[in-house]
Design a protein around this ligand. Structure first.
Ligand code: NAD
Ligand code: ZN
Length: 264
């Protein structure tokens, strides 16, 4: 990395060494290096495909569930093959060392848990579970996948024939209130909020940095592109997260698993 960026990275390490209650806030950018595209990157971001985004909204689900599931099927392959990245392992290791208290994520891919993180607050739910919108019966991802494989599209509840909806927050849905309350509590108690791979434009998640600042925490932002909070952060690094995590992991004596290797 270039010397100015190295200076910033060294300062990040100093902050991390001093901090005692770090919270990470992660967005789709922590998983692009695992092969899962994000929504808002100017290149490759799914947001560029408006039809896809409309069919994935809560209105799209209600009005055209068949199209909704056709879009899901397009997005599923990278979710199924992705492995945690160095960044996921870095955060898991911080928690193991007692430095990090929570990972708040906008991601639905479950990669933080697979890397070993325990206290993960999923603001937008998870693709691993689903439920019937009528009787609320819960379904595992595998049960829904079996229905899809039998060409049951859209998949319906075996009890009441209601539509099955993945437990993910769609555009137009409300955020799960319990997750939001836990996230608010976590940022209000942290001394350092480490914001990784989020464009910080999706509310209410994007309000969490403001709440952390008001409670006295410092902000560090690592993202390829600028965010609306860059001017309020202690340190901003516009670099790929893989490089960031490698540098920090090396400096803090961590043996992070290389990309693509699943945890034992
Ligand atoms: P976003 O798509 O709005 O922003 C991602 C940000 O990450 C971008 O600003 C981009 O510049 C940055 N980025 C991409 N690759 C990076 C890299 N290698 N290193 C550093 N930065 C990188 O994502 P968001 O803010 O998380 O919010 C959008 C919504 O997308 C969320 O609701 C989330 O639920 C959903 N989403 C989730 C996944 C997932 O689970 N992996 C994937 C796509 C979208
Ligand atoms: Zn039902």
């Amino acid at each position: 990395m270039t010397p100015p960026r190295n200076d910033a990275l060294n300062r990040v390490v100093e902050h991390l060494e001093r901090a005692t209650r770090v919270v990470a806030l992660t967005g789709a950018g922590v998983s692009t290096e695992a092969g899962i595209p994000d929504f808002r990157s100017s290149e490759g971001g799914l947001w560029n495909d408006l039809h896809l985004m409309v069919s994935l909204s809560s209105w799209g689900f209600r009005l055209a569930p068949g199209r909704f599931y056709a879009s899901i099927l397009r997005l599923l392959p990278p979710l199924l093959t992705a492995q945690p990245t160095r960044t996921h392992y870095l955060l898991a290791e911080f928690e193991r060392r007692g430095k990090l208290t929570a990972v708040i994520t906008q991601n639905i891919d479950g990669l933080h848990q697979r890397a070993g993180s325990r206290n993960v607050i999923e603001l937008h739910g998870t693709y691993r579970r689903a439920h019937c919108v009528d009787c609320q019966h819960a379904y595992t991802f595998e049960e829904v996948q079996n229905k899809i494989q039998r060409q049951e599209l859209p998949p319906r509840c075996h009890r009441c024939r209601g539509l099955i909806k993945p437990d993910v927050v769609l555009f137009g849905d409300l955020l799960p209130s319990e997750a939001l309350a836990r996230a608010t509590e976590a940022v209000q108690q942290c001394d350092l909020l480490l914001i990784l791979g989020s464009s910080l434009v999706v509310y209410p998640a994007a309000d969490l940095p403001r709440q952390a600042r008001e409670a006295g925490a410092r902000l560090i932002i690592v993202n390829l592109e600028p965010t609306p909070y860059d001017h309020r952060a202690e340190i901003v690094i516009h670099a790929p997260l893989g490089e960031f995590s490698q540098f920090v992991g090396d400096r803090m004596g961590m043996n992070l698993q290389p990309l693509g290797v699943p945890p034992q």
